[in-house]
Design a protein around this ligand. Structure first.
Ligand code: LLP
Length: 433
């Protein structure tokens, strides 16, 4: 009935998440409110890990891409689940280390890491630094030399696959700010250079072909392209590349229009192809890393809002205004992303209205969605937007000086605040006169 399996309707006709009445959460913690289901997050981690075990003999590491949703509690859950972590800034790395996340299970990404970030990663013995370009390699080697350390790196490669659409295309795809191009020989030259660097250990190659992908084929194709390159490196340079990181990007169900495939199928197909190619090309089967972000966090989250004014514009549309908006969820404004909406206190009723959900920012484009089917909605109702667990809190802003909502985590039918609601005091905290 709902896009996420942890959602249901109770006897009062209220929407529940992880068995907890969402209208009670709204009353207890206020709105807007991000609600994350810890049990579902853990379940997602376990399914990824089980697939890795089942189809690839556990010879891999599932790294949660923390950009999807990062806070101390989330890093702690990942730590407890034995996951790896993908971080992309000093802030994400700092958050992970603050809960004692083991640095050897961290992949540090980014197309423009600063010297300070690289030094911080080195100092903390981050397991894999994903180097994006030659300028970064030189700086990292220099910093490692200065501090008498060695850096384990992976190279970010552009495999030439654009999977952002439902029909993936293979193009030159040189036009990306991320990574080294294969077809120009840039990647190969970079490998030669890394092999000569005194303080660099090239442990693997990385690629990430996009996000919210529903097809398995582009992932298989990416693995083929990458293994072909690994074979070439072995044949021509005699170097063995031990690890292959295939990135994230597994699609999730936001609305009934989306039909994601199971990660199990993905692991099954990719593993089979990897094993086949390694046997054909006589290369060692690499240790495989994957970096799911959205698929772990998004279905586990909902956002609760209180409905304010309703504006019926005859023959045009009905606007329903909420107490949040693009500040806590900029995804419609940025990408026209579609969501399902449910009036939490009337979740058992049929959806008989179609509305545009508008935020409270001083901006026409501040919408959460248009043409959204909902139950009959009135001021004071609690509106739930579903599958907001990824790229909502992590992409939130203080536009219009609106404090960010709290994040509440659900576990075993209990709720607790894991990120406090911001106050006006927080808003002016860094202001000076
Ligand atoms: N690994 C790398 C190197 C990435 O760049 C990303 C996402 C991931 C893993 C995780 O991908 P996922 O499994 O979450 O699809 N803000 C956009 C999504 C941007 C994704 C950026 N990179 C959105 O809200 O849809």
């Amino acid at each position: 009935m709902f896009v996420s399996k942890n959602l249901s309707v109770n006897e009062q006709g209220h929407l529940t998440a992880g068995g907890v009445d969402t209208t009670e959460l709204a009353a207890k913690y206020g709105t807007p409110l991000y609600v994350m289901d810890e049990d579902l997050i853990r379940e997602h981690c376990r399914s990824f890990k089980e697939s890795m075990d089942r189809y690839y003999g556990g010879e891999g590491l599932v790294c949660y891409a923390s950009k999807a949703f990062c806070c101390k509690a989330m890093c702690k859950i990942m730590l407890e689940e034995g996951m790896g972590l993908d971080v992309v800034s000093e802030g994400e790395l700092y958050t992970a280390l603050s809960v004692g996340f083991p640095a050897d299970r961290i992949c540090f990404h980014g197309n423009n890491k600063t010297d300070r970030e690289l030094a911080y990663a080195l100092e903390n013995n981050v397991g894999r630094i994903i180097v994006d370009n030659i300028y970064e390699l030189d700086r990292l080697n220099g910093l490692a030399e200065e501090t008498g350390r060695n850096a384990n790196i992976m190279y970010r490669i552009k495999p030439g696959i654009d999977a952002h659409t439902h029909n993936f295309i293979m193009t030159g795809q040189i036009d990306s700010k991320f990574g080294f191009a294969l077809e120009t020989g840039e990647a190969f030259e970079a490998v030669k250079k890394a092999l000569k660097c005194s303080h660099i250990r090239l442990v693997g190659l990385h690629c990430h072909i996009g996000s919210q992908i529903f097809d398995i084929d582009p992932f298989v194709k990416a693995a083929e392209v990458m293994l072909d390159f690994i074979a070439k490196i072995k044949e021509e340079l005699g170097a063995e590349i031990g690890e292959l990181n295939l990135g994230g990007g597994f699609g999730i169900k936001y609305t009934d229009e989306d039909s994601p495939v199971s990660y199990d199928k993905y692991m099954e197909k990719v593993s089979a192809r990897v094993k086949e190619i390694c046997a054909e090309r006589k290369i060692k089967q690499p240790f495989i890393l994957i970096e799911p972000g959205r698929s772990i966090a998004a279905p586990a989250g909902i956002t609760l809002y209180t409905v304010g004014g309703k504006k019926v514009i005859p023959g045009i549309r009905t606007y329903v205004s909420i107490d949040g908006g693009m500040g806590d969820n900029p995804r419609y404004a940025l990408y026209q992303s579609k969501y399902d909406a449910v009036v939490a206190n009337k979740a058992g009723e049929p959806k008989t209205e179609t509305v545009t959900v508008a935020g409270k920012c001083c901006e026409t484009g501040d919408l959460i969605g248009e043409g959204m089917p909902v139950q009959p909605v009135e001021p004071g109702d609690i509106l739930a937007i579903l599958a907001t667990g990824a790229y909502n809190y992590s992409m939130s802003s203080n536009y219009n000086r609106i404090p960010k909502p709290a994040v509440v985590m659900l576990h075993n039918g209990e709720s607790r605040v894991v990120v406090k609601r911001e106050t006006n005091e927080d808003i002016i905290r860094n202001d000076l006169l």
